[in-house]
Design a protein around this ligand. Structure first.
Ligand SMILES: *Cc1c(COP(=O)(O)O)cnc(C)c1O
Length: 489
């Protein structure tokens, strides 16, 4: 299968590219993204056929349906990364928490957030393609806390790939920072920036669009790629768990094949939700996808009113920082799928230029036939954590944003699959505050108090962080980033 461009073709690039090419150079004409030219149709027969399949078998079948140019041996090696999850036979448990409320736990990988679901196999694929082509790649990542650890972990000691990861010093949780600064491999560089996540992100973007930077990289025989969800190499792995979660509900006797469900996704850059949308278009019986946000509720407004409006808005810090995003990258792929390349280019250019756009009524109706949305404040998130814990289930603040949408967005009494994107261990001070009222706890104290209150044990890879030597101690001003990156490569 080939990949085409969301904003149409500029006459200089190829009009369609292979999967490998789309993941090595993820940016397309006019600043657009790559999307599959068509989606495979899986349908009920596929669901029936995979009712007894384990996760890897299902995953391989979905990958095969996309007919990518990656060989089967590489795909199997990539999917074997799921063997490193808590339960290799069952990397994504789905837990019934309440009537019609199921939680699909996407955080059982090495860095305890859902980024591992895609980045673990993606790292193998990217590194293998780079080796087959004899090319060297540099991945530059800016992280607010989850992408960084997952990117470093997947590329640790990978051939033909180097990673430079920028994070806001003081802007992440202790666990997230330790996950990065204790990573020790010659192909990884972690750089703390004095400032907020936005400063790291903006500095990175200006570097990526700088011609002199590209030229200097070319001098070093290095190419630039990306590991965030603009890269379709991540999205392709994020469709599988939606299908898996549906099949789990069938296996648990909650639904029969063909019955509809809601998918409920805590959203930031919309990669997770886009995977659900594609799964739905491939034939998964989904009533609607519910988009949960925090106070940075630009997606809620977009889905309710058709207006995407950044004017007068700045990012506000919340207890679900991985969703503190206003320009949500994968919305572009939805626009393309619904309205085509010319309209997508028009809307995205309008957003860049005027900082807002408004969909027409007919367009909004189309959008609302797939999505509904709501957002939760930090107070609502803490109440949701407390109330769910009282029912015997502990969830992280990102997952907890879904509870509001669970109550407000469902028009039918159908089961709701809530995606849990992080383990409690990653955002322990917020959870400790919700459960015991304690404030300003350091992660280590919060972890211990939650473990005691909830009678859980701290998983070994988190407990070990506090004793590991810090190997990455670079913290710099943002104007020195380019120098630090070249010193590394
Ligand atoms: C990245 C992340 C999200 C947002 O996912 P998107 O695919 O960007 O919408 C939500 N929760 C957690 C914990 C994350 O790390």
């Amino acid at each position: 299968m080939n990949f085409i461009e969301t904003r149409g073709n500029d006459g200089r690039r190829p009009t369609s590219v292979s999967f490998s090419q789309a993941i090595l150079t993820p940016m397309s004409s006019f600043g657009g993204l790559y999307v599959p030219a068509t989606l495979p149709q899986l349908g009920e027969a596929f669901l029936r056929q995979h009712l007894g399949s384990d996760y890897k078998t299902l995953a391989r079948a979905v990958m095969d349906a996309f007919e990518t140019d990656v060989d089967g041996e590489t795909l199997d090696r990539a999917l074997a990364r799921y063997d490193g999850f808590d339960d290799p036979k069952h990397p994504v448990p789905v837990v019934k928490v309440d009537e019609d409320l199921f939680v699909s736990e996407l955080y059982h990988g090495p860095t305890r957030a859902f980024k591992d679901m895609a980045l673990q196999p993606f790292g193998v694929v990217l590194s293998t393609i780079a080796q087959q082509r004899g090319e060297q790649y540099l991945i530059l990542a800016a992280t607010s806390g989850d992408t960084g650890p997952a990117t470093l972990e997947t590329f640790k000691n990978a051939a033909n790939v180097k990673v430079a990861c920028l994070y806001p010093d003081g802007g992440t949780s202790d666990v997230q920072r330790l996950q990065m600064v204790t990573e020790d491999a010659p192909n990884l560089k972690v750089i703390g920036i004095h400032g907020a996540f936005d400063d790291a992100q903006t500095a990175l973007k200006s570097l990526l669009s700088s011609d002199t930077f590209q030229a200097r990289l070319a001098d070093k025989d290095s190419h630039l790629s990306a590991a965030n969800s603009v890269n379709f190499g991540r999205i392709i792995f994020q469709q599988i768990y939606h299908i898996h979660s549906y099949l789990e509900l069938v296996r648990q006797g909650a639904i029969s094949i063909g019955d509809k469900v809601y998918l409920n996704v805590p959203s930031g850059n919309f990669g997770n939700a886009l995977g659900g949308y594609y799964a739905m278009k491939m034939g998964l019986p989904v009533e609607k996808i519910l988009i949960a946000s925090n106070r940075n509720n630009v997606l809620t407004d977009w889905i309710r009113t058709g207006r995407y409006d950044l004017r007068g808005r700045g990012v506000v810090g919340t207890s679900s920082p991985a969703m503190d995003i206003l320009k949500s990258s994968n919305v572009e792929r939805i626009l393309f799928d619904l309205f085509g390349p010319a309209r997508t280019r028009e809307l995205m250019e309008q957003l860049d230029r005027d900082r807002h756009y408004q969909l027409q009524d007919a367009e909004l109706a189309q959008l609302q036939s797939f999505f509904a949305a709501d957002y939760a404040t930090d107070e609502e998130v803490e109440s949701a954590i407390r109330e769910t814990f009282a029912k015997g289930y502990l969830m992280d603040p990102h997952t907890a944003t879904c509870l509001k949408a669970h109550h407000s967005c469902r028009e039918k009494d159908l089961p709701d699959i809530v995606y849990s994107t992080a383990e409690w261990t990653k955002f322990s001070p917020t959870i400790a505050h919700a459960l015991t009222g304690e404030t300003d706890a350091h992660d280590i104290d919060a972890l211990r108090s939650i473990a005691e209150t909830a009678k859980l044990s701290i998983p070994p890879m988190i407990a070990a962080l506090f004793d590991k030597p810090v190997t990455q101690s670079t913290v710099i001003d943002k104007q020195d980033i380019e120098k630090a990156v070249f010193a590394f490569i």
